[in-house]
Design a protein around this ligand. Structure first.
Ligand code: NAP
Ligand code: MG
Length: 402
């Protein structure tokens, strides 16, 4: 078979620990034999980030802007223990945070559903994609403990020195306060990323906040979404036969529980944090969750939703066998290859991505899987494979399909 050609490179961001091992295996077994793979390679492994004073992360984000599509391996976000372990010059920031800030993007996460691993919410037949706004609110809040009686106010001081004040509370005794903020520009980017992604994957978009109680803060989110929708997207949604729908967060939660799935649920920062954990745990495993960062101008960075699986890596280093699930990392590659194919009009490349995904799912449906899935499957007597065997089993299926 002749290898599939690519015209534009993908931005490839390598990573750390067990996922770095899987990354190499995936390329060797599932990509390089079939594709004339063109990538611009950035090593985001912690050692090289440290060596380049994290410049490599910035370079990789700039390359993503240039080419439009990236695929990223999971990376270590350093903490004190990592600074010691890797003898780091500094506690470098999270690469995901740096890339997200540079691309001004929104993260969309969706479970990979497969027969034999059923969500515990029985009526969820199709994946629910969570779009989480990644700026502000409680994550950038200022807080105070109020020791005793006194007055708390919000104060805005304009550049000309004029002030606007709003009473928070007249305290009669001790208590607590918190000040949150968000930015119009960030909410607008969030809205555009959501509308674009809905058009892209052809699914309805839901958005919900608590605007009945928060008449200025949450209501502004609702208004910005509605204005942008009316001005820029309504016609395109009608043509695509999809819907944008706003409701109260309580109503959204109730509806989600009864729904079939197959839509995008846009959430404010805190709601998205909580709801994405709910959706992923209901669907079984973090290793079966895709994640894509989409910027408002339409650049895409695909990755797995899980981390570097450190515990498995240490076993691997000791020469012990591991059974690490590579599905989410493979789907990061297929997501990126399919998008590259779409943008370049390269049908063969997109079709290959579809087939590789099918090969992963049918391998699992045939009872061959890693340990994390074997523990939760309804299939009788699943065959537990190690990290390498699982990827090789997918290759066998893929070759049959090609
Ligand atoms: P993790 O890598 O997500 O793993 C946590 C646990 O979940 C694992 O120990 C394993 O459970 C299970 N698991 C996750 N992925 C799996 C897979 N593919 N196959 C099988 N089991 C899987 O989280 P962590 O160990 O807390 O974090 C490790 C490093 O990842 C940290 O340095 C963190 O900074 C980084 N991280 C990176 C990203 C990212 O780059 N996007 C995201 C999160 C965390 P068992 O041990 O029970 O088998
Ligand atoms: Mg969380």
């Amino acid at each position: 078979m002749e290898k599939i050609k690519m015209t534009t490179p993908l931005v490839e961001m390598d990573g750390d620990e067990m996922t770095r091992i899987l990354w190499k295996l995936i390329k060797e077994e599932l990509l390089l034999p079939f594709i004339d793979l063109k990538t611009e390679y950035y090593d985001l492994g912690l050692e090289y980030r440290n060596e380049t004073d994290d410049q490599v992360t910035i370079d990789s984000a700039n390359a993503t802007r240039k080419y439009g599509v990236a695929v990223k391996c999971a990376t270590i976000t350093p903490n004190a223990a990592r600074v010691e372990e890797y003898n780091l010059k500094e506690m470098w920031k999270s690469p995901n945070g740096t890339i997200r800030a540079m691309l001004d993007g929104t993260v969309f996460r969706a479970p990979i559903q497969v027969k034999g691993i059923e969500p515990c919410v029985k009526n969820w037949k199709k994946p629910i994609t969570i779009a989480r706004h990644a700026y502000g609110d409680v994550y950038k809040a200022s807080e105070m403990k109020i020791p005793g009686p006194g007055r708390c106010e919000l104060v805005y001081t304009a550049e000309d020195g004029s002030e606007v004040r709003e009473l928070i509370h007249e305290f009669a005794g001790p208590g607590i306060i918190q000040g949150q903020h968000n930015l119009t520009g960030s909410i607008e980017s969030f809205a555009r990323s959501c509308f674009n992604y809905a058009l892209d994957i052809h699914q309805d978009l839901w958005f919900a906040t608590k605007d009945t109680i928060s008449k200025k803060y949450d209501h502004t989110f609702k208004d910005i979404f509605q204005e942008i929708y009316d001005k820029e997207y309504e016609k395109r949604f009608q043509e695509a036969g999809i819907e944008y729908f706003y409701t109260l967060i309580d109503d959204a939660v109730a509806r989600v529980m009864k729904a079939e799935g197959g839509f995008i649920w846009a959430c404010k920062n805190y709601d998205g944090d909580v709801m994405s954990d709910m959706v992923s745990s209901a669907c079984g495993s973090l290793a079966m969750m895709t994640s894509v960062l989409v910027s408002p101008d339409g650049t895409y960075e695909y990755e797995a939703a899980h981390g570097t699986v450190q515990r498995h890596y240490y076993k691997h280093l000791k020469g012990e066998e591991t059974s690490t699930n590579s599905v989410a990392t493979i789907f990061a590659w297929t997501g990126a290859l399919r998008k590259r194919g779409e943008l370049d009009g390269n049908k063969e490349l997109s079709a290959f991505a579809d087939k590789l995904e099918d090969a992963c799912l049918s391998t699992i449906e045939a009872g061959k899987m890693t340990k994390d899935l074997a523990l939760i499957t309804d299939l009788k007597q699943p065959e537990v494979l190690n990290s390498q065997e699982f990827i090789k089993a997918i290759r066998v299926k893929l070759e049959q399909m090609l």
